[in-house]
Unconditional design. Sequence first.
Length: 178
Amino acid sequence: MRVTITGRHMTVTPALRRYLDERLQKLERYGVKPARGQFVLAVEKYRHTAEGVVTVNGRTIQGKVSTREMYASIDRLLEKIERQLVKKKEKLVDRKLRERSRAAPPRADVPLEALQQVRVVQTPAPLLTVEEALDHLRVHAVAFLLFHNAATGRLQAVQRADDGRIELIDTGFSSSNE
């Protein structure tokens, strides 16, 4: 990581530089390696200010903190940057989990209590051709239709996917198996 440290109204000592570098190494425990860091350390009367901009995976994280001591300012600045980094990483993980749960099939291990609350409705699957099933799906406001294919005698379904495409699902069962 390239680190640039600038001092305003002060000289940046090797001890301050080493302290800042050690604290930046702790950011790597979140699984990312900062690419670039720019820090400005300033002193005005009793106010010691630390400003920082860190680039991680193409994203910019920045912060500014003022205290009465420079080491405390550096600590609080890097804590602030660390919190922002954790927040960005949690958002990324949450988004990935949401996408994965949307794409995952429903789980088969449904608790017995949930099954007892399900109302069972028995309706016979109509005998249709694939074209008739597609027409029925287009005309009616349903997202899924189960039917017996008149041409093959197999139990099939048509469904409207999230992206608007229509999918034909073949269950592999024929009318004679039932």
